[in-house]
Design a protein around this ligand. Structure first.
Ligand code: BDR
Ligand code: CA
Length: 310
């Protein structure tokens, strides 16, 4: 059965890979895309999300613009150093043809979930602001969403934006706390697993050599992202596979190994954004998150490459 997803995103180079991967996957039906600040400013990621649905003839999918900043925190530094000022590797892409939906992302999520009870999987791969705002608008969605599969967090490994925090969570830790503590099924595809799923040069180059609109776009926007990885991690052109791994989980959870614990957020100070796995339920008694801690990395990568090269 096809899984209906709402893809919440801050495109973003790896968001671009992830969304095109999702749109090319018959197991998933993308019923809407919601945009959020993060890798670039809110107005920029919204236009990018629109460009991405139009890229391969999916302009009928609604794109709703969401939050431009975190719920509580003042605006923090965006991810433009990694993804470019335009979120597209500083390639100054042409404007999209269509228009954004006339509704805020959070309201779009609420309306879509209420109209499809039990059928929607939320796949957020940016800061969790829109998801938290949707929960605040209509708490009932917690019981009506099938699952939340999010890219973010670092439970048992170091962070990437600070020694402890992963970027998506760091950008809005209060939103993350709301999402992790709500009574719904949450799966966290965080650095614990995405740093094990390394897109090596051979696979990456295979994607970039393909002749289709997704690959043609990636060829342009990827150099900036790849350079960043090279400078920071020195992994010679390879990249950690963040957002596409959340899509891979949505397609085939059997490729991943999970551990369960409630996730507690540190929301201030130098540990802000740390996702703490409270394995023994000492601090909280709310529902456990499925924390991805391992994967059949080769199979995940082959799935991504297969879809993006066809
Ligand atoms: C996450 O942060 C963003 O830079 C990426 O798009 C990904 O969602 C990885 O920490
Ligand atoms: Ca992202």
């Amino acid at each position: 059965m096809t899984k209906k997803i709402i893809f919440d995103t801050d495109p973003g180079v790896d968001d671009t890979m992830a969304l095109t991967f999702a749109l090319r996957s018959p197991e998933l039906e993308v019923v809407g895309v919601t945009s959020v600040f993060g890798n670039a400013a809110g107005p920029v990621t919204a236009q990018n999300a629109l460009r991405l649905v139009e890229l391969e003839g999916n302009g009928h999918i609604p794109v709703a613009r969401g939050a431009d900043q975190a719920i509580v925190l003042p605006a923090l530094e965006l991810g433009t150093e990694v993804h470019g000022e335009d979120g597209m590797g500083n390639t100054d892409p042409a404007p999209p043809k269509g228009k954004l939906a006339d509704v805020h992302a959070a309201q779009f999520i609420v309306d879509t979930v209420l109209a499809n009870p039990g059928e929607i999987t939320l796949v957020p791969v940016g800061p969790l602001t829109n998801i938290a705002l949707a929960l605040r608008l209509e708490p009932k969605i917690a019981e009506l969403v099938d699952e939340v599969i999010l890219m973010g967090g670092a439970a048992y490994v170091p962070g990437n934006i600070t020694p402890l925090a992963e970027a998506n969570i760091y950008h809005d830790p209060h939103a993350a706390q709301m999402v992790f503590s709500a009574d719904w099924k949450v799966t966290m595809v965080g650095l614990d697993v995405t740093h094990q799923i390394v897109m090596d040069n051979a696979r990456f180059d295979k994607i970039l050599a393909a002749d289709n609109p997704a690959a043609n776009l990636l060829r342009k926007i990827v150099p900036c992202y790849r350079n960043f990885f090279d400078q920071v991690y020195g992994i010679g052109g390879a990249v950690y596979t963040h957002d596409p791994s959340a899509v891979a989980y949505a397609i085939d959870p059997g490729l991943f190994e999970v551990r369960q614990a409630p996730i507690v957020l540190e929301t201030e100070g130098r540990c802000m954004g740390k996702t703490i796995a409270d394995e023994e339920h000492r601090w909280v008694d709310y529902r456990s998150t499925n924390i991805c801690v391992g994967a059949q990395a080769e199979a995940v990568l082959d799935l991504i490459v297969g879809r993006l090269t066809k």
